[in-house]
Design a protein around this ligand. Structure first.
Ligand SMILES: Cc1cc2nc3c(=O)[nH]c(=O)nc-3n(C[C@H](O)[C@H](O)[C@H](O)COP(=O)(O)OP(=O)(O)OC[C@H]3O[C@@H](n4cnc5c(N)ncnc54)[C@H](O)[C@@H]3O)c2cc1C
Length: 434
């Protein structure tokens, strides 16, 4: 099984196709090899290139760089994520550790876009956690208490204000956090490719088949060539498990999303011409839905155990029907046939939602598992894993390493049964919110 590109993602299709794509078709030797060219791998390569301008660094990806989950996400650069209320100080402390990492992630992306003057439709408009279920007010009030104790600016909104702001009367209650940014994920990751330092060689459409360590060298096999390296960083996120990396600690989850065409002026008027917004669900399996600055609607309402290497056209179609219904439920006045593209993407999860950031053996490093916060945290972890792999320390590494560590997973088939049962239960709880 190999990871392959498809051309079904609007964020990717918004960009000018890249040229001069190199694949591995001979044997190479390098000082550093990075596997996976999403936010994590690109950020690690950028940082290593700056730290070691004289060293040879190779970055490889199984598909076109950046066109995995890093281009296929919903574009929320998050400062907070919803939990359903923390009661003890200990739990508040672990939530704080999480948000400290989110803050560092936002800073890393901000620094990157300022340094390289990147246009990625950056909008500091915050985000809504919204629900149509009035009883969810309790969850939002608990969350509001947590946010107040940690000093996050936010406010609760009821139906009337929400309908005006969002252009839909679907939601009854929401909490708006001031922090958090909406952006174009494809433009951001493309900029990371464009500014790779000159001592980084990028090889694409080059799937790592297997690798071994002999004495102090790593030997990596690809279809048409091999790479020998002294140090290796794994940045394949949803595909860490399939490469046998930390496989008792992470598992892949497949998400699907759809995006409409831009609404016509008339259609946009019919929903009250709202400014750009992003809604995250209060119940975990509810829909993430976003109005882009160019009047497109994005919806993501699935998360499932699926073969991470491929989703067939018919499977994708079934999920896009669900997304069409999700849009119709919220915007009944819009036509039925406005979805322009649907796609799937793979993320990696751990049991306790903690990220992986580690040296797993001599000269082998790994970073991944960000759930819905990979834009910021992936950028941060990529840069910082490069520094850690160089033998240095930073205040960021100390903060990252103070987080809770991922917990051990049960073996198959218990693992998949457990995940499926949990997702099924969450889906039932969120039925009206999908
Ligand atoms: C639908 C969807 C919505 C999301 N929404 C958000 C959001 O709003 N905000 C947010 O912060 N995050 C979101 N995420 C998560 C976010 O996209 C990821 O956390 C992030 O992209 C992780 O970046 P990465 O570089 O670690 O991994 P990836 O972008 O997945 O990159 C890993 C790369 O490794 C490559 N690879 C895999 N196996 C091999 C191999 N054997 N050989 C060579 N290369 C290999 C892949 O081709 C891939 O390009 C979403 C994800 C999805 C799918």
């Amino acid at each position: 099984m190999e990871v392959t590109n498809d051309n079904g993602c609007s964020w990717v299709n918004d960009l000018i196709p890249r040229t001069n794509i190199k694949t591995i078709n001979s044997n190479e030797d390098c000082d550093w090899l990075i596997i996976g060219a999403g936010y994590t791998g690109l950020s690690a390569a950028r940082k290593l290139g700056q730290l070691y301008p004289q060293k040879k660094i190779i970055l490889v990806d199984a598909q076109l760089a950046g066109e995995g989950a890093s281009s296929r996400n919903s574009g929320y650069l998050v400062d907070t994520t919803l939990n359903d209320g923390f009661t003890s100080n200990k739990e508040l402390e672990s939530y704080k550790k999480k948000t400290d990492i989110y803050e560092l992630g936002i800073n890393s992306v901000k620094k990157f876009i300022n340094e390289h003057q990147v246009d990625c439709d950056w909008n500091e408009c915050g985000k809504f956690f919204a629900s149509s279920i009035p009883e969810d007010e309790k969850i939002l009030i608990n969350f509001s208490n947590t946010l107040s104790r940690l000093g996050f600016e936010h406010n609760l909104l009821t139906k009337e204000k929400l309908s005006k702001r969002l252009g839909t009367s679907f939601y009854n209650i929401a909490l708006h956090t001031k922090g958090g940014i909406l952006l174009h994920p494809g433009k951001l990751v493309r900029a990371m490719i464009d500014v790779l330092p000159s001592n980084v060689s990028l090889y694409e459409n080059s799937f790592l088949l297997n690798w071994s360590k002999i004495k102090d060298q790593f030997f990596c096999n690809f279809k048409n060539g091999k790479i020998k390296t002294k140090k290796i960083i794994f940045a394949t996120n949803g595909f860490l498990k399939s490469l046998g990396i930390k496989s008792n600690y992470n598992f892949p989850i497949t998400l699907t999303a759809s995006m409409t065409r831009s609404l016509t002026d008339e259609e946009f008027k019919s929903i009250g011409e709202p400014k750009e917004w992003g809604v995250l669900p209060v119940r975990p399996m509810g829909a993430t839905i976003r109005m882009t600055k160019d009047k497109r609607i994005l919806i993501r309402n699935t998360a499932e155990v699926h073969n991470p290497f491929k989703m067939s056209k018919s499977d994708l179609y079934k999920r896009s029907i669900n997304q069409k219904i999700g849009i119709k439920k919220r915007f009944p006045q819009l036509p039925n046939d406005i979805i322009q593209s649907s796609w799937s993407g793979v993320v990696s999860r751990t049991r306790n939602s903690s990220q992986i950031f580690e040296k797993i053996d001599h000269n082998i490093f790994v970073a991944g598992c960000y759930n819905g916060s990979g834009i910021g945290v992936g950028t941060l972890f990529g840069e910082q894993i490069a520094i850690k792999a160089s033998g240095d320390n930073t205040k960021e590494i100390e903060i990252i390493e103070a987080r809770n560590k991922p917990t051990w997973l049960p073996p198959q088939p218990f693992l998949n049964l457990g995940i499926k049962a949990r997702l099924f239960y969450e889906r039932l709880r969120a039925q009206s919110e999908i």
